[in-house]
Design a protein around this ligand. Structure first.
Ligand SMILES: C[S@@+](CC[C@H](N)C(=O)[O-])C[C@H]1O[C@@H](n2cnc3c(N)ncnc32)[C@H](O)[C@@H]1O
Length: 222
């Protein structure tokens, strides 16, 4: 770790991804994490920029008409990166009310949904709504369940994109090792989506590698 501030931010983040908390405790933790953006500032946490760059690669033109849902939007770091790149139609979803309130103040989201993403369909989002669903930093212990990938497919238009950016080593936590990447492959075998990109990137968070997944949605099976 380069300095003590990096080490402190790393530990603060590690607590919420440690595996020792249930859903309610995790949301309470985020609700109380007032220094989130100081701790997860660009340079130290580069997930939002990686996510926005991946969307930029997917939608090189007519960016202002691409309807995007930022899942696990938190304080809106991904939204800010998207706006810098010319995207305008962005919605945010996050179960932490206080994180979402910070996101709202940035005026980068046209709609805010305070809810979890689950394997079960959300009653507030219609089938085939979004051109793109993105998630940076939402997958990890106690966070988004692997089965929620089906829900992300349901709400994406056929032909649309799903972008997931996460810490690479979290692919191997007990919650995901048999169910996250294996499910991604199974969903491809079922003909629901197709992998466009799987790339490992440096310095996703501090010195930890990240992985970027980009999938094109083909069909939606109810
Ligand atoms: C590390 S933060 C990432 C926030 C933002 N995407 C970013 O890159 O800064 C993780 C976020 O996931 C949210 N979260 C946790 N469980 C979730 C779930 N099941 N569905 C949606 N969001 C969830 C938390 O409330 C928190 O805001």
């Amino acid at each position: 770790m380069e300095n003590t501030e990096d080490a402190r931010a790393f530990q603060t983040n590690a607590k919420v991804f440690s595996g020792g908390m249930d859903k309610v405790q995790i949301i309470d933790y985020y609700n109380m994490w007032n220094d989130y953006e100081k701790d997860l500032q660009p340079g130290r946490y580069n997930g939002p920029a990686y996510a926005a760059e991946a969307i930029d690669r997917s939608f090189p033109s007519n960016k202002d008409t691409v309807l995007i849902l930022d899942v696990a939007a938190g304080t809106g770091l991904v939204g800010e990166e998207l706006v810098k790149r010319g995207f305008k139609e962005i919605h945010a979803l996050d179960p932490s009310e206080s994180m979402l309130m910070k996101a709202k103040k940035k005026n980068v989201y046209k709609k805010l949904l305070c809810e979890f993403v689950n394997p079960e369909p959300s009653p507030t989002i219609e089938n085939d709504t979004y051109h793109c669903v993105v998630c940076s930093g939402g997958f990890g212990s106690g966070h988004i369940p692997a089965g929620a990938l089906r829900e992300m497919i349901r709400i994406t238009k056929p032909g649309g994109m799903i972008v997931v950016v996460m810490r690479e080593e979290y692919l191997n936590i007990p919650e995901y090792s048999d169910s996250l990447e294996p499910l991604m492959k199974q969903l491809q075998n079922e003909g629901l989506w197709m992998c466009i990109e799987r790339s490992v990137v440096h310095k996703y968070f501090c010195d930890k590698h990240g992985v970027i997944f980009r999938y094109r949605v083909l069909h939606r099976h109810l």
